[in-house]
Design a binder for this molecule. Structure first.
Ligand code: PLP
Length: 410
């Protein structure tokens, strides 16, 4: 009962998922997508755990790449989103691979690489139908030729992305893949060295085997979830994260009493209302107001009233014995009942991706290996319990808080 609200991240499950994915996609290798703090799981911690099993990491921003290097990650790191010309120097400082989408950026990268005297690797995304980033299919041969001719640059990979690899009909994705491979053939025939090609995200990695190519760019599947709720779970894959809280108050309200901001819920009977110390500031969407359910004592209890920044209320009237400090499951399992992140996402009218990525910084992350606790990270850094010799005066310390009286207060 150490934290009001926390997530548990099972590193064993995560590593088993990675092994299962590698087994399924072999001989392709895994590019593990750890952008957005590894979908809320903690990018540095998960990348270090994954490093022996994956070929490369994918991030979205320069700083996400630097974070991994600072944590000691040595494998190649590809920045999947376009970066600014002004970021070229730092990209090289930290040995990151960029996705080159404009000539301006390519020129700056080339100049920076030439000054250093060592080639800068990069990838190019070809837009075969995603309608987001990358160079157009029609313009790709000329773009690749112009960029490849710049001094100091080394084309390491060419890739494309599917907007619908989670849809029932995979026809559009197959057509994208066909055109992408045709382009790769054409470039190779023209003498351009394209060492690696990749296309598949999680949906395509499991549903479109011909799209696995050299690397699969896997995010959500590694974290144990399917890209879309309606898809059959992939055998052997389990959710890595569960989210929990503790009821901090249980109140008795008479019929007619109202709950929370805006008075959107009125008790129709004498009610027991539980207060859960998690709100939209923790990542619990305001759209769950009067809508979602949580688990208490292995039973689903309705959220009543509006979700607030820090606190959410549930109706416990039908849960005999529910009391203050009971565990609350926000997503995960309890007493044989499971409420998945996908269900919470549906109640929040969003994707499971958003539920994970919007987890607040203040939610404590408890990393586990099976039953053993491996590490606890908090808003103020890693938490450790220091037991002095003799066992007297046990102290809790946080890695980002100065030790020995560095914090002054009155
Ligand atoms: C370019 C690219 N590749 C791969 C992924 C990973 O997708 P998923 O989490 O569905 O595997 C993403 C994530 O959004 C992406 O933007």
């Amino acid at each position: 009962m150490r934290f009001p609200t926390w997530v548990e991240i099972d590193l064993d499950v995560f590593e088993q998922n990675l092994a299962r994915i590698q087994q399924a996609v072999d001989p392709a290798r895994v590019l593990l997508v750890v952008k957005a703090d590894a979908y809320g799981h903690g990018a540095a911690r998960l990348a270090l755990a994954a490093e022996p099993r994956v070929a490369m990491f994918g991030v979205a921003t320069l700083h996400e790449g630097i974070e991994l290097r600072a944590a000691g990650v040595t494998r190649p790191i590809l920045i999947l989103s376009p970066t600014l010309p002004v970021e070229a120097e730092e990209i090289l400082d930290y040995g990151l691979l960029s996705s080159v989408d404009t000539l301006e950026f390519a020129q700056r990268l080339s100049e920076a690489a030439a000054r250093r005297g060592s080639p800068a690797g990069f990838h190019i995304e070809v837009d075969t139908g995603m309608g987001r980033t990358g160079v157009s299919e029609a313009g790709a041969p000329e773009f690749v030729a112009r960029v490849a001719a710049l001094p100091g640059l080394r084309l390491d990979g060419l890739y494309t992305h599917f907007p619908e690899s989670d849809a029932p009909d995979l026809g559009g994705s197959r057509e994208q893949l066909r055109r992408f491979l045709q382009l790769v053939e054409r470039l190779r025939a023209a003498g351009v060295a394209v060492p690696r090609v990749h296309a598949a995200n999680s949906g395509a990695a499991v549903r479109l085997p011909e799209a696995r190519l050299d690397l699969v760019r896997t995010g959500i599947l590694a974290y144990g979830l399917m890209p879309r709720t309606e898809l059959e779970p992939f055998p052997g894959i389990r959710p890595v994260m569960s989210m929990k809280s503790r009821m901090v108050q249980v109140r008795e309200f008479p019929a007619g009493a109202t709950v929370s901001y805006g008075r959107t819920f009125t008790c129709k009977r004498p009610s027991r209302i539980g207060v859960v110390p998690a709100g939209y500031g923790h990542g619990l969407s305001w759209l769950l107001s009067n809508h979602g359910t949580l688990l208490v004592r292995g039973r689903r209890v309705p959220i009543v009233g509006t979700v607030t920044m820090d606190l959410t209320m549930v109706d416990l009237t039908d849960v005999p014995g529910a009391q203050v400090y009971d565990e609350v499951v926000i997503f995960g399992s309890q007493g044989g009942e499971t409420l998945g992140a996908a269900e919470l996402a549906a109640g929040s009218r969003t994707l499971v991706y958003e539920v994970l990525c919007t987890l607040g910084k203040r939610v404590v992350r408890v990393y586990r290996r099976g039953a053993e606790e491996d590490q606890v990270t908090t808003l103020v850094g890693e938490r450790s319990v220091v037991t002095p010799p003799g066992g007297e005066g046990v102290r809790v310390e946080y890695s980002r808080v100065p030790r020995g009286g560095g914090v002054r207060f009155r």
